[in-house]
Write a new protein. Structure first.
Length: 498
């Protein structure tokens, strides 16, 4: 049995807890490896390594840190195929989707390559008589990231790329469900020229999470996962005096106005709802057609698309999505489907009986479709995180605007229309953090920022982009005067710039 170890101070480290998590092959349902689960002492060992490394790393000039990022980018591109295959083997998403996972993380690394410019401060000459004021951005010290199973390449790079480029060291606690790619990323960061200890990977469960949140030498924590855990991480981390950004769950809506290009909108929604088996926080699991004519047409087109949708193993180039990550997650999705039935929604297509010949023990679930979904239903209110699309019919633009605005989650939303005024009004008024206009998955590019509202995010600073630079740095402002001539009397009042 393959054993996945921690990565501390530039090398593989065997854990001492005696506790392990199973890593499955979702295509076959078989255990393919086991991952060590850390103790608090092992987290502390990683932090001590990071502390030592960070002192020297922070003194490396930004241009040289950028060169490490450039080399890391080259190595990722060199190993893209191998990384994607490794990712798919543990997560279950198809190879093309795994490459997209890694590529979107790599784009943040590309952004981090510009860190010399991004770290420049501000300067005011002559703010007062002989007085100049300038500011500088300095690293926090040791930062940590706690990442989910659904993007084991992208989300770690979202976090550690900017943290390391700005002069911090980093402790990564990836999901124990698919931990191999994060370890490989750390190895490549060392190959790129980062000093040992600048990026450490510690595997674990709640024991490791709590050790990170409580450790006095970890200054900032970034988290992506479910909303309940995000709230826990934010509350415990901030109580310990840390800077915390905690991204939670989602229930993204796709509003379709009567004037939309329905053929294109439905194709976009199919990919956004069922791609990666729905295991995306930016998936689009709720479609909101306005008016009966539009709703009936959308339903008919969705059914037509589902007839051609191919579910297969992650290495099948013809498959549009693969298995979900675990048997427990498959059961959770099935339970939500039954919940929708019990609540009175119309189950138009039931994916629970899906089985793939030769892979009967794999964690596959077919596409499901609900119609007549109501806002009062728990299956609508909660995140299913699976290949389930719900149709929530409304009669007006105002109703369509109200649904995502009043939902407990506010991660992403999309509107499909040819009406520029309606799109503009929707984008201005909707109570959601990221908006797509004829774009089904509105994940911003790396030089903008990613972040939702309401229970989709806890904390004031978004992921990556300039927000990421601000999160992993602190501002120091210097007011300088070089006196000439006689010594002035002491000032007993607050200085002003008259």
């Amino acid at each position: 049995m393959r054993e996945i170890t921690h990565f501390i101070d530039g090398a593989a480290v065997t854990g001492t807890s005696g506790r392990f998590g199973d890593v499955f092959n979702p295509n076959t349902g078989e255990v393919q490896a086991r991952v060590q689960l850390a103790t608090a002492a092992e987290v502390d060992r990683a932090v001590r390594s990071a502390l030592t490394a960070q002192r020297d790393w922070a003194q490396v000039n930004p241009q040289r840190r950028a060169r490490v990022m450039f080399e890391f980018k080259r190595l990722i591109e060199r190993d893209m195929d191998a990384l994607a295959e490794l990712l798919s083997s543990e997560h279950g998403k198809v190879i093309a989707d795994s490459k997209g996972d890694i590529q979107r993380g790599l784009e943040v690394i590309e952004f981090a390559c510009g860190i010399p410019h991004l770290l420049k401060g501000e300067y005011t000459e002559g703010a007062g008589p002989g007085i100049d004021i300038y500011s500088m951005r300095q690293p926090l010290g040791v930062a940590a990231g706690i990442t989910p199973f659904n993007f084991p390449g992208m989300i770690p790079m979202w976090m550690f790329g900017i943290a390391i480029a700005t002069g911090n060291s980093f402790i990564l606690k990836p999901s124990e469900k698919d931990p191999s790619v994060p370890v490989k990323l750390a190895e490549l960061m060392m190959e790129a020229g980062a000093p040992a200890g600048v990026l450490n990977v510690v595997h674990g469960d709640k024991v490791a999470v709590d050790a990170i949140l409580d450790h006095p030498d970890i200054r900032a924590v970034s988290f992506v996962g479910s909303s309940d855990i995000a709230h826990y991480v934010y509350s415990r981390g901030t109580a310990a005096g840390k800077r915390v950004q905690a991204m939670g769950g989602a229930k993204n809506h796709g509003v379709i106005l009567p004037d939309a290009d329905l053929d294109q909108a439905v194709k976009d929604i199919i990919g956004a709802a069922y791609g990666s088996a729905g295991e995306r926080c930016m998936a689009l699991p709720v479609v909101v057609p306005v008016g009966k004519v539009t709703a009936d047409a959308v339903r008919e087109r969705v059914l037509g698309e589902l007839e051609t949708l191919k579910v297969g193993i992650s290495t099948d180039p013809a498959a549009q999505y693969g298995p979900v990550v675990s048997q427990a997650h498959k059961q959770k999705i099935s339970d939500y489907i039954q919940m929708g039935v019990d609540e009175g929604a119309e189950l138009v297509v039931d994916g629970r009986g899906f089985s793939l010949q030769g892979y009967e023990q794999g964690f596959f679930i077919g596409p499901s479709l609900f119609d007549q979904v109501k806002p009062t239903m728990r299956s609508y209110q909660e995140e299913i995180f699976g290949p389930v699309l719900q149709i929530a019919r409304v009669e007006s633009f105002e109703e369509a605007l109200h649904l995502p605005s009043s939902h407990q989650y506010g991660n992403g939303v999309a509107i499909f229309t040819r009406n520029g005024r309606a799109a503009r009004e929707f984008a201005q008024q909707v109570n959601v953090g990221m908006v797509g206009i004829n774009v089904p998955i509105p994940v911003p590019v790396a030089y903008h920022t990613f972040g939702g509202w309401k229970r989709s995010a806890f904390g004031d600073v978004n992921q990556h982009g300039l927000e990421g630079v601000r999160f992993y740095t602190k501002v120091k402002t210097v007011t300088a005067r070089w006196p000439e001539g006689a010594v002035e009397d002491s000032a007993f009042v607050i200085p002003t710039m008259k």
